[in-house]
Design a binder for this molecule. Structure first.
Ligand code: FAD
Length: 316
């Protein structure tokens, strides 16, 4: 508990529950990279109410906090997080007769939310099958997927089906905002800068045949399995560098011959040059030194400056 006062910790555990606030708790295993040190305090919110309550508590106590989804788009530092990590496990999902799917922000898209929609015959989310993401993390970056299927070869963005959301604003006011509030772009939304937290989101879906949607998810997952390392045996954070329009960061790295390069426990996978995998025991420092090496090599050989797309969280 190096960065948080004992009084602050006691206040958290008295309010949120003694057995539910964990001191010096390892956070790396809750990320898809399986890298990173402990949080001073760690709490798992199991409803939107609990999520909002924990954030208000941290803000009122001037305690730094971080809302963690599946940790699929972050690199957590080896020294961990000074403050409170709130793991969002608020997962309630319901669907109205008009095809409005309402999900708490910790609900996991694949397989949970997507399968509920498909089983009930509602279309719009099935394209994102196989991507690790909570609803909150997906809105944060406007989840997208370049469909490989004939007739559907285009990038689909989650914003196409977002109806509205319940957010907790930085001044702790809860309000409902419509999709345009998010100002979505490629890998962009307003909540990356505003400090708003998504509590609940609603998606407007369209009626469709469940079998057709199951076929789409199957095709997308098969396509992914040939290009992406499986998370259970080759932990990763997905693409490390931002896309360079018309060229592709992965292609540049590949053309520099960097696939298979290894630093400590980190390796650039042979499957996809923009993805690094944790070969076991990798540290955040390994990732940083690999990023530095790739940026330098691509700049020297290709003249492009790559920028990381993942977020760097905590102390390195
Ligand atoms: C193998 C693999 C493949 C991937 N493929 C794709 C792909 O095809 N397309 C794509 O778009 N992405 C892809 N990604 C990236 C990743 O899946 C997305 O960025 C995803 O949306 C991250 O969601 P998360 O719940 O893990 O968020 P986290 O990584 O936990 O958090 C990311 C950010 O969102 C913030 N956040 C989380 N929840 C909330 C909330 N409720 N309110 C406000 N802020 C919040 C966090 O604080 C953090 O800043 C891939 C990643 C992996 C590992």
């Amino acid at each position: 508990m190096s960065g948080i006062l004992k009084g602050q910790f006691d206040h958290l555990s008295e309010t949120l529950g003694r057995d539910r606030v964990l001191a010096d708790h390892p956070v790396g295993p809750y990320t898809t990279f399986n890298i990173g040190g402990p949080a001073d305090a760690f709490y798992e919110a199991t409803s939107a109410e609990e999520l909002a309550g924990a954030i208000v508590l941290a803000r009122n106590a001037d305690l730094p906090f971080f809302v963690l989804g599946l940790g699929a788009n972050i690199l957590l530092g080896d020294k961990g997080f000074r403050g409170l990590v709130i793991r969002n496990a608020a997962k309630r999902v319901s669907v109205s007769e008009e095809g409005i799917l309402e999900a708490e922000s910790g609900a996991v898209f694949w397989p949970d939310v997507i399968n509920i929609a498909i089983d009930l015959g509602w279309s719009g989310l099935e394209h994102y099958a196989g991507i690790p993401s909570t609803v909150g993390g997906a809105l944060w970056q406007n989840l997208h997927f370049l469909s490989p299927a004939p007739g559907r070869e285009r990038t689909m963005f989650l914003e196409e089906v977002v109806l509205d959301a319940h957010i907790l604003s930085p001044d702790n006011i809860r309000r409902r905002v419509t999709a345009d509030y998010f100002n979505f772009g490629y890998d962009q939304s307003i909540i990356q800068h505003s400090g708003d937290i998504v509590l609940i989101a609603r998606f407007q879906l369209k009626k469709a045949d469940s079998e057709t949607m199951r076929r789409i998810t199957k095709e997308n997952i098969e396509w992914r399995s040939t290009r992406h390392p499986p998370l259970d045996t080759e932990p990763s954070a997905g693409s490390i560098f931002k896309k360079i329009e018309g060229i592709g960061a992965g292609r540049l790295i590949d053309e520099c011959g960097l696939k298979g390069t290894r630093k400590g426990g980190i390796e650039i996978t042979h499957r996809h040059a923009n993805i690094m995998i944790n070969r076991g025991g990798a540290t955040a420092q390994d990732v940083l030194s690999m990023i530095e090496f790739v940026v330098k090599t691509v700049q020297e050989q290709k003249g492009y400056v790559l920028e990381p797309e993942i977020a760097f969280i905590g102390e390195f």
